[in-house]
Design a protein around this ligand. Structure first.
Ligand SMILES: [Zn+2]
Length: 96
């Protein structure tokens, strides 16, 4: 599974690869290879849904940041990376 995300390690918009087993989802940045695990639960599933663009929140973000949509559209292959400067505030504050 692949999602497009802002990597908190290299600070590029990149394609993130997700591999999961019964209990854990491993997210790996296809550019800098930074990876982290999240427990595979409802929270993680809904996070992935949002990041894949299916969530209402992502649609709102894209509406406010049409440029972000263009940037994300440029990510096609694992390893692609786009610098965003300045960061759209919605991405930056996603954790909140
Ligand atoms: Zn990265």
């Amino acid at each position: 599974m692949q999602i497009k995300d802002l990597c908190t390690c290299c600070n590029y918009l990149t394609i993130t690869l997700i591999e999961r087993n019964e209990e854990t989802a491993t997210f790996t940045c296809s550019y800098c290879k930074n990876s982290f695990d999240l427990p595979w639960n409802n929270e993680t599933r809904s996070l992935i849904r949002t990041l894949r663009g299916g969530g209402g929140r992502m649609k709102k973000i894209q509406k406010r940041n049409p440029k972000l949509l263009e940037l994300l559209a440029q990510l096609k292959e694992p390893g692609d990376h786009i610098s965003v400067d300045p960061l759209p505030s919605d991405i930056q504050n996603r954790e909140n």
